[in-house]
Design a protein around this ligand. Structure first.
Ligand SMILES: C[S@@+](CC[C@H](N)C(=O)[O-])C[C@H]1O[C@@H](n2cnc3c(N)ncnc32)[C@H](O)[C@@H]1O
Length: 352
């Protein structure tokens, strides 16, 4: 027994315990607007911070104690004041956009809600269906909106051959697994001469997306409730996109084949998927690998299995994705890194 190793591991596990606890507190800090309020404040008392955020002081004081001891906010014990250092603000406030990790930490609370289901699934091998994650759509939409507001039009669309030119002139684009439709609506606004179709099997997401299109007065965008494994259209679109919507499919081969069939000859497919290598050994030094595999076990893999599928997992990775795209008939597959979307790989593939 290596005592030094045991001692070091005790430190690791205490870090895990504190990290898990702080993840929930950061999620609360995000949802209550506490981080956003503090970003505009000089060192302040718990009462001043609670007043600024419109919250109960006793709860805010206890939250601040966790934040201070967790070194997320600075604490002046003499003055009994707290401040969110400017260097920390981007990573925990809405102003940070896609860099706001506090927003992503809402996922930890989401996963905790299905822990009983996942434990049961370890025994039975069954999945945990989407219906067990009632808040998933809203959290996903918030996270992806921050990312795509920043990068979709300026960085991502230009990676697709001919897309800027054709969409400006007037083309057709479908987004499969569109969720609440934010990405599609951004494109519909930017390219008014083009027609955009969003598809998702969540009736709630589709209703939300259609209502949003109406509010924004975007007649060139509409959303339909459809299973991605049964697109059922042939040579219909100039472009098809999927944003984080293949790895959790029950039948990813079928979905990719359907996308290939639905594209026009010379059409292009943008497939955005979580950045990972296909082998665990190659992900060992990825700083977010434990988070990715956790999301996979407790959501992405398990919703796929619940649909009777193969349970690809969040970290199915670049090599396997390239293989699946080629198997579906795509050619000229390239990968792109996007500065404002560091957690995803962007695959661009052609139909010819
Ligand atoms: C991880 S979310 C991504 C949502 C959206 N693209 C975004 O980036 O915010 C995956 C989406 O795929 C949808 N989805 C999963 N399986 C599907 C299927 N078989 N058919 C249609 N939609 C599906 C889910 O309802 C969910 O909205």
């Amino acid at each position: 027994m290596d005592k030094a190793r045991a001692k070091a591991f005790a430190g690791t596990m205490i870090g895990v315990m504190n990290g898990g606890a702080l993840a929930l507190m950061c999620s609360i800090g995000h949802r209550t607007g506490l981080f956003d309020s503090m970003a505009g404040m000089d060192p302040s008392t718990s009462q001043q911070i609670a007043d600024a955020a419109g919250l109960d002081e006793r709860y805010v004081r206890e939250w601040l104690a966790a934040m201070a001891s967790g070194r997320i906010v600075d604490y002046d014990a003499d003055a009994e004041t707290f401040v969110l250092p400017v260097e920390h603000q981007t990573l925990v406030t809405r102003a940070g956009g896609p860099l706001n990790i506090a927003s992503a930490l809402q996922n930890m609370a989401l996963l905790a809600q299905v822990e009983d289901d996942v434990v049961e699934a370890f025994h039975t091998g069954a999945g945990v269906p989407y219906s067990r994650f009632p808040k998933f759509g809203a959290i996903m939409a918030e996270e992806s909106a921050a990312r795509y507001d920043k990068a979709l039009i300026s960085e991502i669309i230009p990676n697709i051959p001919d897309a800027v030119e054709k969409l400006t002139a007037g083309a057709t684009l479908a987004d499969v697994g569109c969720g609440q439709g934010h990405a599609l609506l951004l494109m519909a606004k930017e390219y008014p001469n083009s027609t955009f179709t969003g598809m998702d099997f969540s009736a709630e997401a589709v209703t939300h997306a259609n209502e949003r299109a109406k509010e924004l007065g975007l007649d060139n965008a509409h959303f339909v409730e459809r299973d991605a494994a049964q697109i059922g259209e042939i040579d219909a679109y100039d472009f098809i996109t999927t944003f984080d919507a293949i790895h959790d499919q029950a039948y990813p081969h079928q979905v990719l084949e359907g996308i290939h069939a639905a594209l026009k000859h010379d059409g292009h497919y943008l497939c955005v998927e979580p950045k990972a290598e296909s082998n665990l050994a190659d992900n060992m030094d990825d700083p977010v690998a434990p988070y990715v595999y956790t999301m996979s076990t407790m959501h992405c893999m398990s919703v796929s299995i619940a649909g009777g599928g193969e349970g690809l997992g969040t970290a199915w990775g670049t090599q396997l994705a390239m293989q699946y795209l080629a198997d579906a008939g795509f050619t000229g597959i390239t990968t792109h890194e996007v500065r404002s979307d560091r957690t995803n790989t962007h695959f661009v593939a052609n139909k010819n």
